[in-house]
Write a protein that binds this ligand. Structure first.
Ligand SMILES: Nc1ncnc2c1ncn2[C@@H]1O[C@H](COP(=O)(O)OP(=O)(O)O)[C@@H](O)[C@H]1O
Ligand SMILES: [Mg+2]
Length: 251
């Protein structure tokens, strides 16, 4: 049965999409079967693998009960794409009251036996799409940049996750906090120390370094391993893959 993980932060530009793609590929390289799910109306994850206008997307899955239209990226590596119409899904889902929050959970249930991992790339909000992702997941990874305001947002996500667990009897696990776009500044170091003090053991040991290689890979619509397997961010995402497996006790 697949581990279903959501990559979350209501702030945009922190590295959720980049991390979903590259953690996914790192896990594939470690022998895992991986499905990526794009639930962001901006559809950056889908675009980042060259799926710009998928004929069918997660929109039809959430709003019309269609079967998930999966696209193979590589052997053992698949995508459930999004496209821009997903921006109209929020209103429709909210109008369905409580069932609107469980659409993704229902859709992924049938796929769980076919993958080792399902990674969900969330939109930059904590609205009904992100809640669909969290309710479908067993665990979440909070993606943050080591900058001062990032810590405030962290508490908001932790509160949401705690509330979902308490009010819905969920057993959602906070698997870890992932620092991305790390550079060797005093600010980065300070923030990481503060987080370590306040939430001991929460941050992954692996930190994703800032590198122009990420931007270059994304311009080529490639994951970082395909683009440059010995680059620093490729090494970091490979280490993250191992750490995720370790935290889940899969190796
Ligand atoms: N480690 C990194 N080094 C350099 N640039 C990065 C890194 N991670 C992400 N980026 C860049 O930062 C921007 C935002 O990343 P993205 O993954 O799209 O964030 P989000 O999905 O949280 O909005 C993108 O342009 C991406 O290429
Ligand atoms: Mg994104």
């Amino acid at each position: 049965m697949a581990h279903i993980l959501s990559l979350v932060n209501h702030k945009g530009g922190v590295g959720k999409t980049t991390s979903t793609l590259n953690l996914g590929k790192a896990l594939v390289r470690q022998g895992q079967k991986v499905l990526l799910v794009d639930i962001d109306p901006q559809a950056n994850l889908s675009q980042s693998v060259g799926m710009d206008n998928p004929p069918q997307s997660i929109y039809e899955v959430l709003c019309e009960g269609a079967p998930p239209p999966l696209v193979e990226i590589a052997p053992g590596f698949a995508l459930l794409p999004a496209e821009l119409s997903l921006s109209t899904a929020e209103g429709k889902l909210i109008s369905e009251a409580v069932t609107g929050y469980f659409k993704l959970q229902n859709a992924l249930q049938a796929l769980q036996s076919q993958y080792d991992f399902i990674l969900i790339d969330c939109p930059p909000s904590l609205g009904i799409l992100t809640i669909n992702a969290l309710l479908a997941s067993q665990a979440l990874v909070i993606v943050v940049e080591p900058q001062y305001l990032a810590i405030k947002g962290l508490q908001t996500i932790i509160e949401l996750y705690t509330r979902l667990n308490q009010s819905l009897g969920k057993d959602l696990r906070l698997l870890g906090l992932l620092f991305t776009q790390f550079n060797r500044t005093v600010v980065s170091k300070n923030i990481m120390d503060q987080v370590q003090q306040r939430y001991p053991g929460l941050a992954f040991d692996t930190v994703i370094r800032q590198s122009v290689k990420i931007t270059e890979a994304s311009a080529m619509k490639q994951d970082i391993f395909t683009y440059e397997a010995d680059s620093s961010p490729a090494q970091d995402y490979a280490a993250l893959g191992s750490e995720v497996l370790q935290r889940l006790n899969k190796n």
